[in-house]
Design a protein around this ligand. Sequence first.
Ligand SMILES: [Zn+2]
Ligand SMILES: [Zn+2]
Length: 439
Amino acid sequence: MSPNPRQLDYELRSVRLPIENLGQCAACHSEKTATSTLRLCSSCLQCAYCSLDCQKSDWPNHKGACKLTDCIELSTFYPLLACLASSAHVHSDKPMNPAINHTILNSPNPGPSSSFSSSIAPGNLIMLGPEIPMTEWGSPKWWPTALSPKVRSKLFRRLSSEGYNLQNLTAVCVALLAEMYTTTARVGERRRILRYRSSPIADFGIVRGAVEVQPQDTFSYMHLSDDGTPPRSWNGPDPKDHYWLYFRTTRGEEVTLDFAMYYYNFCYMVDSEPYQEPCSPPLSFVSAFFCDRPLDRNAPSLYTEKGRISVLRNTVLHDAVAHTLHGLRPANSNAIIEFMEGFSGKRSSAIERDLTLKWLMVNFQQLESALRRQSWKRYPAQPPVGIEGDPGELDLSRMDNDDEWLQFFRRWKKQHKKSKPTKEDVAEAFKAWRSERKL
Ligand SMILES: [Zn+2]
Ligand SMILES: [Zn+2]
């Protein structure tokens, strides 16, 4: 039976935008001036008044909407968004980083004896050998020369979190717009908005730019095959082509949220346990760098912004999320992908497109669950955050054989008069070193 048109209308969601600025009194409509300030209703943060009298006189009108509004504190809610972003990386359709299912031949350990050498590759070079079965991923067979099991485990997790940052952020933001900032026609449905401290969030979206990262905290890869095919090399994500989220309050204050720094060994983490929904995959600590007011005041910024786009106030996305109550229609999927491509200036690959939409569907479900169950009411006031250091990072006495390899490579370059070695040269030298060392 096909649904009747009335029923379809009922199933439409429309975006209810939060207050954008404190420009005008909701009762007497007097404008904000240089000497006067307007105050928000402290309960819903959605109505501004010039005086207590105006607020009192407007109460009979405002009461209904006010009592149906929940203001959710961003600084306690953001770990849920980080969980969505983190679970995207364990989605079964995300392409495998080849460094996960191939053995690691060299020793990209952290610390002073790292295999990083800018003369070979722009990032910490990971040399890959034969493919290994899934049961060996992350095992000592996968990376025999790891300094310790902890170092091995950390590299495995860093490599697993590689890539698809813009797609991931788009799927998180569009889901937040669709689940938190829309309403259906149901009578008495509660309205939910985000706030940061005493101010409501007026806008949020995605920023494009560069993040400051040490070269040795990025990766490049080289795959050496034993069957005589030429070595293949490629670079991991580029910190100069980075994306993160901004949230701006009605006062113009901004906080930022970044889920993709763990890959760069910048390990602000939050314990996902309090934020689990019945439908969420099991996660432990997830990557989340929430740059809030204290951090912004006390630490130099790592970011250089090159452009930004609003998600909350994007009318194309408002149309796209109107039909998302039971999934995405092709036209809406296209609008979301075009939004992303328009911002990045890059065409999406089939995989990027597919992942964005699949992640979005998962995020719809998880956010819907968290909001319906009012999970945010039991979130800890202080999210359980921590910084994961490099295990054994300060252990200067440990020498691994990477130093020998780099020394060998320097000699080899001189002997073969290769001041600017190609990837074939690096592969050849590495093979020579391994056969000399009988590795
Ligand atoms: Zn007034
Ligand atoms: Zn109110």
